[in-house]
Write a protein that binds this ligand. Structure first.
Ligand SMILES: C[S@@+](CC[C@H](N)C(=O)[O-])C[C@H]1O[C@@H](n2cnc3c(N)ncnc32)[C@H](O)[C@@H]1O
Length: 312
């Protein structure tokens, strides 16, 4: 069996969600179902958990785990960006809370067949949803130099984006770059020697960038941040755990905008747009895992939890 995913910040999530016994909760990133199981075990049988997961392998695992709660769990094999449409179509009422635990799970990362990691050599896949057409192989071998630079810069904040993109273009003229190992070797031989001494592997940022691009992760997150608020009841809570600065910045900025409401330029003395805030930010600073949690689960070290509450 592939290694089970250890969910992060579980105690903090339960405290922030304030799970109601008869509530309706949305878990947008079901994964191995650990957070979902904890939420369900705090509800009466009338409580409902709606879950989204785009990876069919994770769904099979979570379905077995959540078997004792089958009658109160509705799992959709879909992207969470479609949650609002699905909730309306399925006539599910307004939500008491939403949880997003972004990124990939240990099960996905440590399964070499999925091609997420440079720790083992595998086909450059990186699709979370196996039905998606474009793989990391397609992006690496078919994108123009400028497109590659944009992906590496925007989604990986990669300092050596130009150099790496150029090296990819010249290598693939000879033969396609097929595997995680080939790409990681190419990056190692391209970045300056001093970059190899840093704490993170020089391929980390490019791999992150490719994964974000293959799965359109930031677009999905932007959509659910807006749609999610619409789906919440007043006092419903929106909890988002992110694992890198791009996601965290997006959550922080959008929550602040939705709290402020008004979009008038700052030099206008009086508001003319008339927009009102729709939420209150509960976490002025993100909640991070305790040292103890990081010791037990090193993957938790970069987790940041931000929480907002719907008003009105
Ligand atoms: C960090 S894991 C979640 C772990 C989960 N909270 C648990 O307790 O096991 C993230 C999961 O979300 C899924 N995922 C990421 N983005 C998604 C999206 N836009 N729509 C649906 N599922 C997504 C991934 O496939 C992965 O299984």
């Amino acid at each position: 069996m592939k290694k089970m995913h250890l969910a992060v910040l579980t105690g903090e999530i339960l405290e922030m969600l304030q799970v109601k016994k008869h509530g309706i909760y949305l878990d947008g990133t079901l994964g191995d179902g650990s957070h979902a199981e904890q939420i369900l075990s705090r509800m009466d049988p009338e409580g409902i958990l709606v879950a989204f997961e785009q990876d069919k392998d994770s769904i099979s695992f979570a379905q077995k785990r959540l078997q004792p709660f089958k009658s109160q769990t509705k799992i959709f094999h879909d992207n969470f960006k479609n949650a609002r449409k699905v909730l309306i179509k399925e006539k599910i009422g307004l939500l008491n809370g939403i949880l997003l635990d972004l990124g990939f799970s240990s099960r996905q990362l440590e399964n070499p067949e999925r091609g997420f990691s440079f720790a083992s050599d595998a086909f450059l896949d990186m699709r979370m949803d196996q039905r998606t057409k474009t793989t990391a192989f397609d992006l690496i071998n078919n994108s123009s130099e400028n497109e590659l630079i944009t992906i590496f810069k925007e989604f990986g904040e990669e300092r050596w984006a130009k150099r790496i993109a150029r090296a990819i273009i010249s290598t693939r003229k000879i033969q396609p770059i097929r595997t995680t190992g080939e790409l990681s070797k190419l990056i190692l031989s391209t970045v300056p020697a001093k970059s190899k001494k840093y704490k993170i592997h020089p391929a980390t940022r490019v791999f992150q960038a490719l994964r974000i691009a293959v799965n359109n992760e930031l677009e999905a997150l932007s959509t659910i941040l807006d749609d999610g608020i619409e789906c919440l009841k007043p006092s419903g809570r929106f909890c988002v755990i992110s694992f890198h600065s791009l996601e965290d910045r997006l959550v922080k900025t959008r929550f602040r905008q939705l709290e402020k409401g008004c979009i008038c330029p700052p030099d206008i003395p009086q508001c003319v747009c008339g927009r009102k805030g729709v939420l209150k930010v509960i976490t002025k600073k993100p909640i991070v895992p305790t040292e103890d949690e990081v010791k037990k689960n090193p993957r938790a070290r970069s987790a940041k939890l931000r929480v907002a509450e719907k008003i009105g």
